[in-house]
Structure formats: structure tokens, C-alpha cells
Write a protein that binds this ligand. Structure first.
Ligand code: COA
Length: 258
């Protein structure tokens, strides 16, 4: 499939998706979102172990497309936001982990998209914020829910209520991003993290992701039960047997995803 707003490439056990609308700072219009959805189908069908998501030019993504939003009726705007919510949740729930690689503006829906990824790696050039309040609206695709889970209630309210933009250093300090590096090291750092994940048993990686994600939706008691149920399945996999055996034989395990 030929895309207009994004690029997709498979290489080295990674699926790379690049938001590619640099003249509009990769603003997430309907077309970009629809293409992203199709790209996720391709990623799921592939043998990629990690999805890498990045933006071309000066931005990761500078938010929903404000021009498009302004032309829509209130009902269409709700539908648009719901599309984003479902899209970002699908990324969060992908079997394979995703890494957001951020080298510029990650604002509004761009920040929401980054927050739906499993790990956020950014350069010192990155800038973050949920500026929707400046437009008389609020984040509509997960921002009010994922931000407090990452940075805590008070800090999330400060960012959402002021709509201020923060530096990469500040985003790293508050836990909005997980890794901060120089621009020239950004891709290598993301690949290094991705490769460490790609070498593991894909079943264990997928279950580990599911278990940690349950932290969002379950009580501690239910989460512990869920963790145990996933653990119980994993211990009987061939990969688990191989992992334990390889340790004792002092060699690298060869995981087959079984
Ligand atoms: N929607 C649509 N277009 C956007 C956009 C958005 N969210 N963000 C940037 N663009 C476009 C600009 O309109 C401009 O296009 P043009 O050259 O055709 O006029 C282009 O991207 C470059 O942006 P510009 O504002 O000229 O760059 P800048 O460096 O001066 O400022 C920002 C960068 C990110 C601070 C500024 O673009 C901005 O505030 N964007 C909106 C962020 C936002 O509120 N997002 C939440 C949306 S709900």
C-alpha cells in the first residue's frame, strides 16, 4: 500500500513508521490517522519484534490538525477524537512493544501518541506539551488519562491547565520520557533498546507488556492474579525451557517464540 502521510519500512526485526508531513509539523489529520491504522495492520502481519515510531523534520507531531478540526461540526470533532483514542489504544495494546523516537515537537495528539507507546526516547531538541487548553478545548485522545499515570496528578494538571510547552530535560525529569540523548545518538539509542527487546522471547515480551499494562486498569489484587496467570502460561513454553537451560549451559538462549 502506498501511503501519502507516513512511511513504513521493515528492517532488522524492527518496523519503522515515520510520520511524514514535515511542512505541517506532522499534524495528525484524518488521513494520517487512517494511514497509521492501516500501517498497524501491516506491522501485526509482519515478523517485526519492535515498532519504532518517529516524525520527519522538526516534529514528532504537533498535534491534531487544527485547520481540519476548525472545519468540522462538533459531532465530527468527537468522532475524530474517538478515532485518535482508539488508534492510540491499539498501539498501546499491540502484541509487540513500540518505541517513540522524538526529535522535535510532541504536542497535543503528538504527545498523546508518544504516551501510548511503551517507551519514549527523545533528543534534547524535543519539546512536549498538551496545549489544547490554549484553543479552548482539552486533550481528546488520552492525554488527561495517560499523562497523570506517567507524571503524577499534580504535574499533569500543571501541564494540561497551563498548556505550557516544556523542554526535553524537564520531560525527562518528570518521567514523561524515559531516555534523553543527543540528537546524533537518538536513532542508535532507540535501536539499542529495541535490539535488547528483540533478542528476548517474543511471547515473554508480549506477556510482560500485557502484565504491566494491566497496572492501568486493574486493582493491585487483580493485577497480581493476572500476572500469575500469565506467568503460569509462560513457564510451560519452549522458550522458558530454553532460557533456563541456556543459563545453566552458560550460553545465549535461542528463543523461537513457542
Ligand atoms: N495543525 C495544523 N497545522 C499545524 C499544526 C497543527 N497542530 N501545528 C503546526 N502546523 C503548521 C503551521 O500551520 C505551519 O503551516 P504553514 O507554514 O502552512 O502556515 C507549519 O505547520 C509550521 O508551523 P509554524 O507555526 O509556522 O512553526 P513554528 O516553529 O513557528 O511553531 C509550534 C511551532 C509547534 C509552536 C506551532 O506550530 C504550534 O503552536 N502548533 C500548534 C500546536 C497545538 O496547539 N497542538 C494541539 C492541537 S489540538
Amino acid at each position: 500500500m502506498d501511503f501519502e502521510r507516513i512511511e513504513i519500512e521493515f528492517s532488522d526485526r524492527f518496523a519503522y513508521i515515520t510520520l511524514n508531513r514535515p511542512d505541517k509539523l506532522n499534524a495528525l489529520d484524518r488521513k494520517t490517522r487512517s494511514e497509521l491504522l492501516i500501517a498497524l495492520d501491516e506491522v501485526e502481519k509482519s515478523s517485526a519484534r519492535v515498532m519504532m515510531l518517529k516524525g520527519s523534520g522538526r516534529a514528532f507531531a504537533a498535534g491534531a490538525d487544527i485547520y481540519e478540526l476548525s472545519k468540522r461540526s462538533p459531532l465530527e470533532c468527537i468522532d475524530f477524537a474517538k478515532f485518535g483514542t482508539d488508534l492510540f489504544t491499539r498501539i498501546e495494546e499491540l502484541e509487540i512493544p513500540s518505541i517513540a523516537i522524538i526529535n522535535g515537537f510532541a504536542l497535543g495528539a503528538g504527545c498523546e501518541l508518544a504516551m501510548a507507546c511503551d517507551i519514549r526516547v527523545a533528543s534534547f531538541k524535543a519539546k512536549f506539551g498538551l496545549p489544547e487548553i490554549n484553543l479552548g478545548i482539552i486533550p481528546g485522545s488520552g492525554g488527561t488519562q495517560r499523562l497523570p499515570r506517567l507524571v503524577g496528578m499534580g504535574m499533569a494538571k500543571k501541564l494540561i491547565l497551563t498548556g505550557e510547552m516544556i523542554s526535553a530535560e524537564e520531560a525527562y525529569r518528570i518521567g514523561l520520557i524515559d531516555v534523553l540523548v543527543d540528537e546524533k545518538e537518538l536513532m542508535n539509542k532507540a535501536k539499542e533498546i529495541g535490539m535488547k527487546i528483540a533478542e528476548k522471547s517474543p511471547v515473554a515480551v508480549s506477556f510482560a507488556k500485557k502484565a504491566v499494562n494491566a497496572y492501568y486498569s486493574m486493582s493491585l489484587k487483580d493485577g497480581l492474579k493476572y500476572e500469575l496467570s500469565l506467568f503460569s502460561v509462560l513457564v510451560s513454553t519452549e522458550d522458558a525451557k530454553e532460557g533456563l537451560k541456556a543459563f545453566m549451559e552458560k550460553r545465549k538462549p535461542e528463543f523461537k517464540g513457542k
